[in-house]
Ligand binder design. Structure first.
Ligand code: HEM
Length: 320
């Protein structure tokens, strides 16, 4: 009788652990909300207060921090490989040359390291800082699953997996699909362009073209863009979401609908039938906020290193 009871107990424990394992897997391939709650309970609040103080003195930093996290995740997974400095690293590659805000991540890391040495990864700090940048710009918040570890490899040429400003919808869909993200994820995450700016060089050929301007641009918008981007001034910058550069809102999608997308890769999301329904859907705030958070959590879990993989970097700009 006793043996039978024990067997039942073992069976129950096994099935509970199977269920738990399943839950963890579903949550995000090894990451979970509150990963540091025991070993470094103040980690998340330190990251937030660091981002708050930097954005207070320079509100333009939120956008490049969000972009930095995207560029990290799309190359070797979200493992902070984008933060490693040195010859030939991702950081020195073309698509990352205009990234800014490294000092914000370094500052947060230094503060967290002083309190809990060797515990909190740079990859997690970047994921949390990206979320905080969205919230501080007026976007809705979400809980970031943590537990990523930092990579030890960063190769500049691997940034070719990132989408480019002239990519077609098919190319963008393929690049997202390669990372496990679908067409809806693509459109809602492109909504990250509701904040920040682009250098004129990435779309100058749309407004200065001997064969006529890009027909998908609102003609009255062309003259506006030419004023901000005079010919041969490729480094000047223009808001990706005209009229609402600092607000995390849905006007980026409204601008696409009016032919006021800045990059070719933005405007085609409206002109192409497979992405247009999502642009229409995200003209409304509630669905945009909800799906942006969901898709960010998905993106933040691309090929994450957990457990004994990688390392916890001491300084975010260098492997240990
Ligand atoms: C879908 C394909 C995408 C393409 C082709 C693309 C391309 C670009 C380009 C060319 C710029 C201007 C860069 C510069 O001037 O150096 C830019 C800026 C930006 N991107 Fe994207 N991007 C894409 C998706 C995303 C995603 C998924 C996010 C985040 C969720 C994002 C966030 C940003 C932000 C916030 C900026 C402004 C950065 C700043 O102000 O410094 N982008 N993007």
């Amino acid at each position: 009788m006793e043996l039978k009871k024990e067997l039942v107990l073992v069976a129950v424990l096994v099935s509970v652990s199977v269920v738990l394992e399943k839950t963890v897997t579903v949550q995000g391939e090894g990451t979970c909300v509150g990963f540091y709650s025991r070993r470094c309970p103040r980690a998340e609040s330190i990251v937030t207060s660091t981002v708050v103080s930097h954005l207070k003195s320079d509100p333009t930093l939120g956008a490049p921090i969000l972009r930095m996290h995207f560029h990290d995740c799309f190359v070797r997974g979200c493992d902070a490989s984008v933060l490693i400095a040195g010859f030939g690293t991702e950081r020195t590659a073309g698509p990352n040359l205009n990234l800014r805000g490294y000092e914000v991540i370094d500052d947060a890391k230094e503060k967290v390291e002083a309190l809990c040495p060797g515990v909190v990864s740079c990859a997690d700090i970047l994921a949390l800082a990206a979320r905080d940048s969205v919230v501080l710009s007026g976007g809705a918040s979400w809980e970031v699953p943590t537990g990523r570890r930092d990579g030890r490899v960063s190769i500049g040429s691997e940034t070719s997996t990132l989408p480019g400003p002239n990519d077609t919808v098919a190319q963008q869909i393929n690049k997202f699909q390669d990372k496990g993200l679908n067409t809806e994820d693509l459109v809602v995450l492109a909504g990250g362009h509701t904040i920040g700016t682009s250098a004129c060089q990435f779309f100058a050929d749309r407004i200065y073209n001997s064969n006529g301007t890009d027909p998908s641009i609102d003609p009255s918008f062309v003259s506006f863009l030419r004023q901000i981007c005079p010919q041969n001034q490729p480094r000047k910058r223009v808001a990706l979401d005209t009229g609402s550069q600092f607000r995390f809102d849905t006007s980026y999608f409204a601008n696409l609908k009016r032919g006021r997308g800045i990059l070719r890769s933005d405007q085609v999301l409206w002109t192409h039938p497979s992405t247009r329904p999502f642009v229409n859907k995200y003209l409304a705030t509630a669905p945009f906020n909800l799906q942006f958070a969901n898709s960010m959590i998905k993106m933040s879990n691309i090929a994450v290193k957990t457990g004994t993989q990688g390392e916890i970097r001491i300084k975010c700009s260098a492997i240990n």
